[in-house]
Structure formats: structure tokens, C-alpha cells
Ligand binder design. Sequence first.
Ligand SMILES: *[C@@H]1O[C@H](CO)[C@@H](O)[C@H](O)[C@H]1NC(C)=O
Length: 248
Amino acid sequence: MRLSALVTVALAAVALTSPLQKRAKAQVVTKCTVPNTAALTFDDGPFVYLYDVSKALVAAGAKGTFFFNGDNYGGCIYNEDQAKRVKYAYDKGHQIASHTWSHAHLNNLTWDQLHHEFWLVEQAFQKIAGVTPAFMRPPYGEYNDLVLEVAGNRGQTVAIWDFDSRDSAGATAAQSNKLYDDLAKAHPSTILALNHDVYQQTAQVVVPHAIATLQKAGYKLVTLAECLGRPAYQSVGAPAVRDDSWKC
Ligand SMILES: *[C@@H]1O[C@H](CO)[C@@H](O)[C@H](O)[C@H]1NC(C)=O
């Protein structure tokens, strides 16, 4: 190879890995696109109430989407009980997606810190469930251009929401239920609903009510990927066997 060609190849390699280079930003979705679908999504787990949420969904022939953190309410995702919850949700046909490792305010983080927040969760999903997620939700719904560039670089679609049950804002179960009642009455074509499975009242009172109310209103309760007609994962394979690397 001539020197000039070598230089060109070397420059191309640098451009591909340079954080300064303009990158394709991730797509941000705030709405489902398949008519008459509703996606119930749950942030901040895994946590103990995941089982209540899953059972209510499965009993109704419905599926949900869990945006998991690596180390949040339930502790380290590699703990036996936590890893079991991740695998359980996946095995039941729900979608599992990333809510980043530590639930940080992403707008404050550097390129490298953002990659770290994304990668640790992707790696945990690969080990525990054998999948690489295709969707992530930024904590607090906060993102900037750098977040979108990192997300795009990692093949992630950024998922926000168009309905908030307000459970994390301190709404009572009755108030959240009323919001779902009003939503069903307003009857938008599609629904992308934010909930948190770390609250007992959400899991045991609001979710059963939301499922019944939305199904009665004619919505099909599907995963986020299904309500967009897209794959949930960038890769699907076999889970790994627990070893010393399963720690936080
Ligand atoms: C990071 O950003 C958020 C708002 O985006 C702000 O509230 C917070 O105080 C900042 N600092 C830290 C250390 O999180």
C-alpha cells in the first residue's frame, strides 16, 4: 500500500473512533405508531414488585416494558434476586430495556461517562438474559445532543412517553387511576405510558386498573417495540453462566 493510502486509512480509523466527530443521533420516540396499541412501561427496577406487575399483565394477555437500572432501588442487578427478576421479565415475554446503570442526570456526563452508563447495563443484559437492548430511557427523561450521539453510537433508540401516571411525582393510587380513566376517555390513537414498578401501589392497584381500563377502551397492551413495529433487541442469544464477573 502506498503511504498516502495508509495515511487515508489511518485518518478514517481516527475519524471513526473520535468523540469529536459528528455522529448520527439516536431517534427519540415519544409515541407508539401502531394504531390502537398501548405500551405500559416501568422504570427504575428491577425490584420486588415486578412480579405483581408481570402477573397482572400476563393474566390479561398483555405485555409490558421494563426499563431497568444496573444499581438503583433493588441494588446490584447481578445479585441473585435481581438477576432472577430480569430473567423472569424477559422469559415472560415482556421487553427489557435500559434505564442506564446508576440513574444519573445524563446531561451532566461526559462522552466516556455516558458510554459507561450505557455499556454496563447492556453487558448485564447480555450476561443475564442473552440480549442487547435496542431501547433506552434516560433518567428523568433528560437528554442533550451528547446523550443522543452516544445512544445513536450504541444503536439505542431513546424512549420517552406521552402519558405519565405521576406515581413518581407522589400521586396517590386513586389519582393515578383517575389519570388512566381520563386517558381512556380522551382515547388517543396510541398510548406510551410511564409508570414505576418500585412502588407497591403502582404494581398492586394502578397497574390492574390501567390494564382493565385500557383493554375495555379497546387498546391492545403490547411492548414498546411492538407498538412501534420494531425489534426490541439488537441481538438475541443465550445467557451466560454466573461467574465472578457478575458483580457491581
Ligand atoms: C445535574 O443536572 C441536573 C439537571 O439536569 C441538576 O439538577 C443536578 O443538580 C446536576 N448535578 C448533579 C451532580 O447531578
